[in-house]
Design a binder for this molecule. Structure first.
Ligand SMILES: Cc1ncc(COP(=O)(O)OP(=O)(O)O)c(N)n1
Ligand SMILES: Cc1nc(C(=O)O)sc1CCOP(=O)(O)O
Ligand SMILES: [Mg+2]
Length: 521
């Protein structure tokens, strides 16, 4: 029998008798992300969909007893804290977190500093606020305040501008390994905008705001979903994006319960809709961009990456019709001459040639297209490239890179490394056919496979739906590149995309080692 693995996630939070927020929302979110939720209840609230009527913290003995029972049998892969009741509770929890880390190793901690209910009821006095600042925030892996909470925790006046929000996030980041997401749940406007500051990525995450009054529990669900995604080993930026996708679906499926704000309803399948992928950009409201031209032939097929015009000529002669010129460390003069010759050769052969990195020279030499990495995006003049009609290919390795790439509307997206490679040093772990299939099926632009591809796996990459299969060593290190190209072309031509498998629930984590990031860097 195949017993599915469900990492254990603790939620340490208050009970909402109305079933909308708090522990009740947390457990539903954790379940929707395929984790097992265990709970430590800090306080009981007498609450319904319209108001919080009474709050009573549990006794310290009861708080400790819950932690003890869970620690003995259900140690966590991740912990989420919500409403904590009072400063004394917070200190007990900090001690437990430390003890668990000593006994069971590091686990990520998501702190959702619930300082007030969305109905306005305050849950935090000055002592609790100070205990957060001194003891819990520095121990967090991810912090998820809304704007009001963020300002209060940072000791700042209300956050009115995007710049205020960004500055506040920086102030709340106690060390560079921490992630701060200042959510826009307490804002209005057509976009739901969260500001993300993480070791992997920073910027604004935008999704169309779901037009519903029933958003009770969305903050609790968001933080719990982040903890669950971390427990599965996703890095923080991806965990935040997955949680935003889950809450977006939860808001779309929210419903009325009582006469006030009904609850969000998170469910599995949230990462199977491309419309749930938020746009990630440095501006909260980015200027509209011209889309890059479509590929003349979106069936890119065998895509060979080489490092000289001589190699371009050779692979074109062997019949390759998608080529990339990828030259590192050359003088500008030499680069220009290699690019010029390659552009001419490819045009004469009717091939699609992409210039890696050197977008200015590509523009000046009238290249068909460029291939850029995400670290090139800050320097490249994308509007100029699009206006000049160059095609754009972008590398992607993670959710956050896909979310950054999609708003740019490139001509294709590369998914890699699909298999281990020695051609490029990268932090990523191999994405495998699982992720390749996921991205190919999820996205509506051509997705190509790159990294560790050769005649043993090229057909499988094609079956996963790759519009093109990019490779270096399989051709350039072959003893007979022409014969190898022929074999690879045949394998590609005979393999048909196989859409019969179900779409995976989500992509596997993009970085190795699971997620053990915890306190104090
Ligand atoms: C087809 C394809 N995919 C990915 C890459 C990697 O590009 P980049 O991230 O720009 O890294 P470098 O190639 O510049 O090292 C690629 N070149 N081609
Ligand atoms: C240049 C490059 N970029 C990758 C990515 O994942 O972005 S993998 C890769 C190297 C591909 O070379 P080979 O076919 O020799 O493994
Ligand atoms: Mg590059």
């Amino acid at each position: 029998m195949n017993i599915p693995y469900r990492p254990i996630v603790w939620t340490i939070a208050g009970s909402d008798s109305g079933g909308g927020a708090g522990i009740q929302a947390d457990l539903r979110a954790i379940d929707a992300l395929h984790c097992h939720g265990a709970s430590v209840i800090t306080a009981l609230t007498a609450q319904n969909s319209t108001s919080v009527q009474r709050v009573e913290a549990v006794s310290p003995t009861m708080l400790n007893a819950q932690c003890q029972a869970l620690a003995a049998d259900l140690p966590p892969r991740a912990i989420k804290t919500g409403m904590l009741g009072n400063a004394a509770h917070l200190m007990h929890i900090v001690e437990w977190i430390e003890r668990l880390r000593q006994q069971h190793g590091a686990h990520p901690l998501v702190v959702d500093p619930v300082l007030a209910a969305s109905s306005g009821h305050s849950f935090a006095d000055d002592a609790l606020l100070q205990a957060y600042q001194t003891h819990l925030l520095p121990a967090a892996c991810v912090l998820t305040p809304n704007r009001q909470e963020a300002a209060r925790l940072a000791g700042m006046p209300p956050l009115h501008t995007d710049h205020d929000v960004e500055a506040c996030a920086r102030r709340l980041q106690y060390h560079p390994q921490q992630t701060v997401v200042i959510t826009g749940g307490d804002c209005t406007g057509s976009q739901s905008q969260d500001y993300l500051l993480s070791p992997q990525a920073q910027g604004w995450l935008n999704l169309p705001r779901v037009d519903t009054p029933h958003s009770h529990g969305s903050g609790c669900s968001f933080a719990s979903a982040i903890a669950a995604a971390l427990a599965h080993g996703h890095p923080a930026a991806d965990a935040v994006i997955l949680a935003k996708m889950a809450v977006q679906q939860g808001l779309q499926h929210s419903y009325a319960a009582g006469s006030g704000r009904g609850p969000v309803h998170l469910s599995p399948g949230f990462a199977q809709h491309p419309g749930h992928l938020p746009a990630l950009s440095l501006q909260a409201t980015p200027a509209p961009m011209q889309a890059f031209p479509r590929l003349s032939n979106p069936d890119l097929g065998l895509y060979v990456i080489v490092d000289s015009a001589d190699w371009v000529a050779r692979v074109l002669r062997a019949g390759v019709r998608t080529v990339q010129l990828r030259i590192k460390n050359q003088s500008t003069e030499r680069l220009r001459s290699e690019i010029r010759t390659s552009v001419q050769l490819a045009a004469a052969a009717g091939a699609q040639l992409f210039i890696n990195d050197h977008w200015q020279l590509a523009l000046e030499e009238g290249a068909y297209g460029v291939h850029l990495g995400q670290e090139d995006l800050m320097q490249a003049d994308l509007p100029r490239l699009a206006a000049a009609g160059l095609r754009l290919g972008l590398s992607s390795h993670s959710y956050w890179e896909v979310c950054r790439a999609l708003p740019i509307q490139p001509s294709y997206l590369a998914c890699g490394p699909v298999f281990p490679t020695t051609s490029k040093q990268m932090p990523w772990q191999a994405q495998g056919l699982h992720n390749l299939y996921y991205w190919c099926q999820l996205l509506s632009l051509p997705v190509i496979a790159v990294g560790g591809l050769d005649s043993s796996n090229i057909a499988a990459a094609r079956q996963a739906g790759a519009a093109g299969v990019a490779l270096i060593r399989a051709v350039t290190e072959s003893r007979d590149p022409e014969a190898t190209i022929q074999r690879l072309q045949q394998a590609i031509q005979t393999a048909q995309p196989d859409m019969q498998q179900p779409l995976p629930a989500w992509a596997n984590p993009c970085l190795p080692g699971g997620n053990t990031l915890s306190a104090r860097g």
